[in-house]
Design a protein around this ligand. Structure first.
Ligand code: ATP
Ligand code: MG
Ligand code: MG
Length: 547
């Protein structure tokens, strides 16, 4: 069998294990609880948890909750649900906020080593003094404060003596470093705000660069994997760990997932929710895990997608068609086949008695273990209106005056008479059936090319069907000029209020996946009520979008 080649992170891990640098590995997934997870996060989850599974290590779930203003418990809960649903189990559930006391102590250590100072400058002043990549920054007067003074001021910051923005703690590194992140980066800021876990215990909060690496180190994370934009942060990550003399976690970077026809940033997704462009984080058009789940995507298909796109060192744009291909492949194997008519046209089978027959019909021809439901067949049926043409072109294999088709799992019928109202609209078709043509025991000798889906009029169940299209009109949304919301596709949702479903769908549940014959893959939506079931189309049967 073909061996899959290792990605660059697997190569590093295998070398670290071979050389004895590590005897086992520990990764982490570090979401900030300021929104719901999206398919980009799924890539990071599959990578981090996947590596630990492959190499027999573990993965911590660490909430990167150092920014009190944007973080909420609702997001924490949704993140945990999504990771579990994707099929992964974390080693420990941890919070960066649990390290606040330790991080404070680390800051004090840096101050004592003369490597950090309290700066009274405004954020504008600090930005102005930072210089530019071609111009060195300016060392201000606060930089030369004594250790004692800094210790006192930092303690006062913690004690709440100052207002937001009045002071910051900065690392004392190099104001003319070529890497701007090394020009005395901020370590702590003052923020009098309520935190979702530490409440009002703190009014100073560590910056990302002071919290992330130290959190990795506290947990003995061996391989800390993040996206490419953190490459310039890596020297600071290593500087902190080295100056503090703590466990040397290492940071590695891979290309984030970007996908066509959507946006992949929590900030933008939050805007879509808040401004009611979608119905919520779990709107089936959203690229969130909860949106994809509600749309009918399976964990298997998302993991397969993440596996296929692989791990790159350069940013790229992945075709959403690949994600759809993955779910189609999985649903073809697991979906229950059902018949649903979206736009009904009545047919009356004039030579059929006033009784009914039940046709045992396979739920899924792909399944190893066969199960069947019983389709009721009666004199009056519905077919799809666009499966009939009064004046049909050559090679039209559906129904037309005088033409014959097979009704799936039932009989061959022939269209005899077209019934119209006073305006000339077709209201019904009178047909005859061929009694010897019953599916499975056909002795009629008649060959027809078209097979139509149908439902018995008397047994039809009224359901609502929601059909989705791309949320955005443009392939590369991020590359468009102007507000990304100008690119929203106004026709991303089409609702069919009254589709006619075969009665087996009355037993639907949220876990089950369905293929509506000739229509696509569907799942039950949580908006369903006892009066009306609602189905979401996950994906069409074939790729109908032009490449
Ligand atoms: P966003 O920009 O969408 O807000 P983020 O990076 O700020 O994302 P975090 O909660 O910090 O969101 O992300 C948790 C982890 O998921 C991080 O390690 C981050 O690198 C990773 N991640 C986020 N977005 C993507 C993406 N599009 N592709 C791959 N990994 C991602
Ligand atoms: Mg982040
Ligand atoms: Mg972000």
């Amino acid at each position: 069998s073909e061996e899959k080649s290792l990605n660059f992170i697997e190569e590093i891990i295998e070398e670290d294990l071979r050389s004895g640098k590590h005897s086992s590995i520990l990764t982490r997934f570090p979401p900030e609880p300021n929104g719901y997870l999206h398919i980009g996060h799924a890539k990071s989850i599959c990578l981090n948890f996947g590596l630990a599974i492959k190499y027999g290590g573990g993965t911590n779930l660490r909430f990167d909750d150092t920014n009190p203003v944007t973080e909420e418990t609702e997001y924490v809960d949704s993140i945990k649900e999504d990771i579990k649903w994707l099929g992964f189990n974390w080693t420990k559930e941890l919070y960066a906020s649990d390290y606040f006391e330790q991080l404070f102590a680390y800051a004090v250590t840096l101050i004592k080593k003369g490597l950090a100072y309290v700066d009274d400058s405004s954020s504008e002043q600090i930005a102005a003094e930072k210089g530019s990549p071609t111009q060195p920054g300016i060392e201000n007067k606060f930089r030369s404060r004594t250790v004692e003074e800094n210790l006192q001021l930092f303690a006062d910051m913690r004690a709440g003596k100052y207002a937001d923005g009045e002071k910051v703690l900065r690392a004392k590194i190099d104001m003319s470093a070529p890497n701007m992140h090394m020009r005395d980066p901020l370590l702590y800021r003052i923020k009098h705000a309520h935190h979702h876990r530490t409440a009002n215990d703190w009014c100073i909060y560590p910056m990302y660069d002071f919290a992330h690496g130290q959190s990795d180190s506290i947990e003995n994370i061996t391989h800390s994997i993040c996206t490419l934009e953190f490459i310039p942060h890596r020297p600071l990550y290593e500087w902190c760990i080295e100056q503090l003399g703590i466990f040397p976690s290492r940071q590695y970077e891979f290309a984030r997932l970007n996908m066509t026809y959507t946006v992949m940033s929590k900030r933008k997704l939050l805007q879509l929710v808040n401004e009611n462009h979608v119905t919520g984080w779990d709107d089936p058009r959203m690229p969130t895990i909860s949106g994809l789940r509600r749309r009918g995507f399976t964990p298997e298909s998302i993991r397969e997608f993440c596996d296929r796109i692989g791990i790159a060192k350069r940013d790229n744009l992945i075709d959403v068609g690949l994600l759809e291909f993955c779910v189609r492949e999985h649903l073809n194997r697991v979906a229950q086949r059902r018949m649903v008519v979206f736009d009904p046209l009545k047919i009356i089978i004039t030579n059929y008695p006033d009784t009914e027959e039940l046709f045992p019909t396979e739920d899924n021809p792909e399944a190893a273990e066969k199960t069947y439901r019983h389709l009721p067949f009666t004199k009056e049926l519905f077919i799809e209106r666009d499966d009939f043409m009064e004046v049909a072109p050559k090679k039209y294999f559906r129904l037309a005056p005088g033409a014959m088709v097979r009704l799936k799992s039932a009989y061959i019928i022939k269209c005899d008479t077209v019934i119209k109202d006073e305006n000339g609209n077709v209201t019904a078709l009178e047909c005859t059936y061929i009694p010897e043509s019953k599916s499975g025991s056909d002795t009629s000798g008649i060959n027809v090319k078209g097979t139509l889906h149908w439902v018995s009029a008397k047994h039809a169940v009224n359901v609502e069907v929601r059909l989705y299209d791309r949320l955005f009109r443009s392939e590369n949304v991020a590359a468009e000029e102007g507000d990304f919301k100008d690119n929203i596709n106004p026709d991303s949702l089409q609702v069919i209020q009254n589709a006619y479903a075969e009665p087996a769908l009355l037993q639907s549940d949220l876990q089950e996946r369905y293929q509506f014959l000739r229509k696509g893959y569907f799942c039950l939506d949580k908006d369903s009520t006892a009066e009306k079931l609602v189905f979401n189309r996950t994906v069409t049967l074939k790729d109908t979008w032009a490449k």
